[in-house]
Design a protein around this ligand. Structure first.
Ligand SMILES: [Zn+2]
Ligand SMILES: [Zn+2]
Length: 431
């Protein structure tokens, strides 16, 4: 007989969640977070992989500049992050752990670990503030629930370790940096961590499962997206005496922004274009010699998104030429689109039906996506090699919407989430 009871307790999961909540870190700079996850996994008897092999250097996107990275790493060290793990990480955040490294990988689960650049509420109505585990860091907080994802991932790792002799196939957990802005997934996928996998799962607290005891077994319709920064390099001149000697970057950027928003749409799916920020110029009487735009495209398929992005690129380059200057486009993030597969939804539904926490009338097979999530990069990678994927939404009532200063979820959703994912993994191992 096997002992199927869980070793992890609600108290431990709450403790994990609150610890990571306090040490919220921005995407691609999750030094304290990664080091701490590595320490916990090691204490379970696992051997996490960190450092350069975790994510392919040429596919990394939206990495902060080296000064910011150094400052984030120094802060992590000051806050007690393990010097040994920081050294092994070699400036790269995120980690990978195999439960049975001796077996070929069969099932992969993605847990995102980054926080959001949102100032956390200090209102006493906000539980993290009231109970003393609010973010220690100005302007950064776990306002999307990824602190809960880390706790669930650690709980799952412990339970799988306890059952490792029963596993007949390899299980791999990805603790992924930089989900916000879709920065971290492509580089992990490019490093080959999905190669050979038959199943991949990602899970998010809340989203459309925003009541206790609810579950979405497999979301469909996340949008493909490309995040990019644009710069125009013109020429300054005296605006009164000799404006003809300048090259106006403000006009180039403004013209490009209008034309990007006026692009003809693709007939094969929905699309979005947003120029979310535009900065230009240095004073009233100077022809602006520099402009910067922060932009994104989205599409209901990767092809539609690529169409939008490529046409934006063309507009930017031609507008720069028209205004006699140079442009530069920098990729900052991106994701494919992906849908959960029926085959995986059936497995999740079967397990959920046997998990008392989830109420039958609150379990839904599917739901629309929630904007974009770069878990879709992992899903699409496994689907391309003939495997299947699911993106679960784990039910919890939310104190406020995702990315809002007073976002919070119910911690009692953590333990049943571990139980659900554990039983899905064991089911896939049998299948
Ligand atoms: Zn988010
Ligand atoms: Zn999120």
């Amino acid at each position: 007989m096997h002992d199927d009871s869980l070793s992890i307790t609600q108290e431990q999961l709450t403790q994990f969640r609150r610890t990571f909540h306090r040490h919220a870190e921005s995407g691609m700079a999750e030094f304290w977070t990664t080091a701490r996850i590595a320490e916990e996994l090691t204490s379970f008897g696992l051997s996490p992989v960190v450092g350069d092999s975790v994510s392919s250097p040429e596919a990394r996107m939206g990495v902060p500049d080296s000064d910011k990275l150094r400052a984030a790493e120094a802060r992590a060290r000051n806050e007690g992050a393990s010097p040994l793990w920081l050294q092994r990480m070699n400036g790269v955040t995120g980690l990978v752990v195999d439960i049975r490294p001796d077996l070929p990988v069969h099932t992969v689960l993605r847990f995102d670990i980054d926080a959001v650049n949102v100032q956390e509420s200090t209102d006493s109505e906000h539980r993290p503030a009231r109970e003393g585990f609010a973010s220690l860091h100005d302007g950064v907080s776990h306002a999307c629930g990824h602190d809960g994802h880390i706790a669930i991932g650690l709980g799952l790792a412990l339970e799988l370790t306890k059952r490792r002799d029963r596993l007949t196939r390899g299980v791999r957990l990805l603790f992924q940096p930089g989900e916000e802005g879709c920065r971290g997934a492509r580089a992990m996928a490019a490093a080959g961590w999905l190669n050979g996998a038959r199943h991949v799962l990602a899970a998010h607290i809340g989203m459309w499962a925003n009541e206790d005891h609810a579950l979405v077994c497999g979301a469909r319709g996340f949008l493909a997206t490309t995040k990019f920064d644009v710069e125009f390099f013109g020429k300054a001149a005296h605006a009164g005496a000799e404006p003809e000697k300048g090259a106006n970057s403000l006009l180039a950027a403004a013209s490009a922004a209008l034309n990007m928003h006026a692009l003809p749409r693709h007939g094969q799916g929905d699309s979005r274009i947003t120029v979310g920020m535009l900065e230009a110029g240095s004073g009233r009487n100077i022809i602006p010699d520099h402009a910067r735009m922060v932009c994104e495209t989205r599409g209901s398929t990767t092809a539609v998104n690529d169409y939008m992005f490529e046409h934006c690129r063309s507009i930017i380059e031609h507008t720069a030429a028209m205004y006699g200057q140079r442009s530069l486009i920098r990729l900052m993030g991106g994701s494919d689109n992906a849908d959960s597969d029926d085959s995986m939804i059936r497995v999740v539904r079967k397990v959920a039906d046997e998990t008392p926490w989830f109420f039958k009338d609150r379990i839904r097979d599917d739901a629309p996506g929630f904007g974009s999530d770069d878990a879709c990069v992992h899903m699409a990678a496994v689907q391309r090699q003939g495997g299947d994927a699911a993106y679960l939404m784990l039910g919890s009532e939310l104190a406020a919407g995702h990315h809002s200063p007073s976002f919070d979820f119910h911690e009692n959703a953590l333990l049943p989430s571990v139980e659900l994912l554990l039983n899905v993994v064991m089911e896939l191992d049998n299948g």
